[in-house]
Design a protein around this ligand. Structure first.
Ligand code: ADP
Ligand code: MG
Length: 677
């Protein structure tokens, strides 16, 4: 049984909470029964018992009364057994869903118990437990589990479940004690005690998660060493003063200041830079890498795909044209001779900035003195890959993680709480918000005409097809069908079309992509492989086919591919006539707002935190009871309290914090949490 529910120790059993309770602590009057009641319990005397009907309609009908009225109880099965059990004139507690027949109350197959007149009422709400099919198949019911939990509580006392939370916190927030709360999660006397228990458990879950996160962060701040980038030198200044093609936005300046203060702190920086698509993260990264160069350090910039790495490289090469800095690109397709040259320059220190895919963190790449690492679109990288970075120098490089997937504040506090956090909350001036519309299949030819008119004005368009599964044949067939259809609307040689999808060789992908980037083709047909980072400012139309199949953050990412230039851009969400309510809601939000943070909040709300792409350390976002959205007030309170405690007592030495220390030590012993950086 334990295995079935992944319950290993008693504490786990106690944390296997019922999903609801039923109230058998009260008695309802027959007179008060009504069809809206989900369940009712009546205390009744049996007046008569009769068999009615015959064949399949045969049933046992008992007539019962209390002091307020009369009702029938009906059995269609087990008639013989029930008939034997029931005694006319005896008092029973009957529990079930009240139904009405010709205006008269009745219950079918109620739960019946005999009661002696003086007692019999339950003191606690009765728990109903989630069970698995397998458990059921073996006859282990919720009832048996309930009995088991009850036994456990009869054998233990509060001494067996000592407090973890500091006394002061418990008092300040009027939290139930731990033993009491756990007991009341299962067997609450009333709803009020149950609610207090829920509050306490939620608080504890969020508090302990914050403790884990903040200890990690603190550990890094206390004990990690970081390179000191004292100088603002020639690379930075000459670029900033002579080659920056625009003024930085206020947000960009603010973030650079935040990063700079980390870089002179003597501690290793681990910072998440969060900025909506088009907010200008690249230039921030570049300025930091120039600072590194000014202080004699090399940098790497790592992107999740080859296409993106190439784009970053091109952008940086273009921006740094006027200054004498050595930037190279390293990806899987770099030829042996060029690769050797790059590796030599990396090792000798001649190379200042290395841009590339994960090829840049392979062991073969030995940097003479790496001091700064930028990871773009971090959700595509695993923890292990980031850890590889740590080993690239005697003191690990500062790390800037950039993501365009907006992360709601609550998630940032939990899933990414161990990182410092900067946000570019301002777009460069002059951007026109993308106009988004939702259209049905029937509007297809109008949409194609619209694309033609945009192409006539010199613009380009994307047409994106869903690729639900990389291996799904059907998805590719749809893509190919779509491609043929687009070709029939846009025949060569008047129009040229590029196509990109995951099954192509990287070379072919790159060629097709590059033709679109250079405005050699008018239309890009593709799957979500173009999702992240592609920058073609001349493209003004994004058509998303079967838009109902995409998640919100994906839709937002795709929309971010347009609206990058001076022209007005359009995002057209194409869907079938009939879409689910949730899909309708998603498409509605997209039409309503361009604000990535609003969309991310909504995404979290619709899907729940567990599914959000790219979140890690699921232990910090998935809780038994707490929900980081609904319980964000508790979350923020817990965060503040943990912060205060660690400020006063960073190593948890005081007697009051000892339970926290013990808890953490036990946890460390039982998991490899400590290895997560
Ligand atoms: P993202 O944050 O999505 O990575 P990019 O760094 O690719 O955004 O920047 C998007 C575009 O905006 C680029 O063409 C870049 O040159 C431009 N850009 C960045 N910062 C500014 C600014 N302060 N003013 C004007 N344009 C800017
Ligand atoms: Mg980018």
């Amino acid at each position: 049984m334990r295995k079935e529910l992944s319950l290993f120790i008693v504490a786990d059993i106690l944390h296997h909470f019922p999903f609801r309770h039923i109230d058998k602590t009260k008695i309802d009057n027959i007179r008060d029964l009504n069809p809206a009641m989900e369940f009712a319990q009546v205390k009744v005397v049996l007046l008569s018992l009769n068999i009615a009907g015959s064949g399949r309609a045969k049933r046992l009908v008992g007539l019962f009364r209390d002091s307020t009225g009369i009702m029938e109880m009906v059995w269609f099965q087990g008639i013989t057994w029930v008939e034997k059990f029931l005694r006319i004139g005896t008092t029973y507690l009957a529990y079930g869903k009240p139904g009405f027949f010709l205006g008269k109350p009745q219950m079918a197959h109620p739960e019946l118990e005999t009661v002696s007149l003086e007692s019999g009422l339950k003191k606690f709400l009765e728990p109903v437990y989630p069970s698995t099919e397998k458990l059921k198949a073996r006859g282990i019911s919720g009832k048996i589990f309930s009995q088991f939990v009850d036994d456990v509580f009869n054998k233990i006392s509060s001494a067996d479940l000592p407090e973890i939370l500091p006394e002061e916190i418990i008092k300040k927030y009027k939290l139930s004690g731990r033993f009491e709360a756990l007991k009341n999660m299962h067997f609450p006397p009333t709803i009020k005690e149950f609610n207090s228990a829920v509050r306490r458990i939620k608080f504890e879950e969020l508090f302990l998660a914050q403790l884990h996160i903040q200890i990690l962060k603190q550990h890094r701040k206390l004990f990690s060493k970081g390179w000191v980038f004292e100088k603002v030198g020639n690379y930075f200044n000459s670029f900033y003063n002579n080659h920056l093609p625009f003024d930085l936005t206020g947000a960009q300046k603010k973030v650079i200041k935040e990063i700079r203060s980390d870089l002179i702190s003597g501690k290793q920086m681990n910072r998440l830079l969060q900025g909506d698509v088009g907010s200008g993260k690249t230039i921030v990264a570049l300025l930091c890498m120039l600072l590194a160069a000014d202080n004699g350090f090399q940098s790497i910039l790592m992107a999740p795909t080859e296409i993106l790495a190439i784009q970053h490289f091109n952008a940086i090469a273009e921006l740094t044209k006027g200054i004498n800095i050595n930037v190279k690109l390293l990806t899987g397709s770099v030829k042996a001779k060029e690769r050797k040259k790059i590796l030599d320059e990396a090792a000798s220190g001649d190379l200042n900035i290395l841009v590339g895919t994960h090829a840049v963190i392979e062991d073969k790449v030995q940097m003479k003195n790496i001091g700064f690492a930028v990871i773009d679109e971090q959700h595509k990288f695993g923890v292990a890959q980031r850890a590889a970075l740590w080993k690239k120098n005697v003191i690990p490089p500062h790390v800037l993680v950039m993501t365009a997937t907006p992360i709601p504040r609550t998630l940032a506090l939990t899933a990414y709480g161990d990182l410092d956090y900067s946000v570019l909350d301002e777009l460069p001036p002059g951007r026109k918000p993308v106009t988004t519309i939702h259209r049905h299949e029937s509007a297809r030819s109008q949409i194609m005409d619209f694309i033609k008119s945009q192409i006539k004005d010199g613009r380009q368009a994307y047409l994106i097809y869903p690729l639900i599964e990389e291996s799904s044949k059907l998805d590719y067939e749809n893509l190919m069908k779509g491609y043929e259809e687009v070709k029939s609307y846009f025949p060569e040689p008047k129009y040229w079309i590029s196509m990109v999808h995951g099954k192509m060789t990287p070379e072919l992908k790159e060629t097709n992509m590059q033709r679109f980037v250079e405005n050699d083709t008018h239309i890009m047909v593709g799957t979500t492989v173009i999702e992240v980072g592609i920058n073609v400012p001349n493209a003004t139309v994004m058509v998303i086919e079967s838009a109902e199949k995409f998640g919100l953050s994906q839709l937002h990412q795709l929309r971010g591919r347009v609206g990058r230039g001076a022209e007005q851009s359009y995002c057209i969400l194409l869907s079938g006539q009939k879409v689910s309510q949730e899909a309708k809601e998603r498409l509605g939000i997209m039409v309503e707002t361009n604000d990535g943070f609003k969309i991310a909040e909504k995404d979290l709300e619709l899907r729940g935190p567990g599914d959000i792409q790219g979140t890690r350390q699921s232990g910090t976002i998935n809780f038994k009871l707490a929900n980081i959205l609904a319980d964000r007030i508790i979350l923020e309170t817990a965060r503040d309290e943990v912060e205060n405690i660690l400020k006063i007592d960073p190593t948890l030495e005081s007697a009051e914090h000892l339970p926290l220390k013990i808890y953490l030590d036990n946890f460390k012993k039982n998991s490899d949490w400590s290895k997560i950086s």
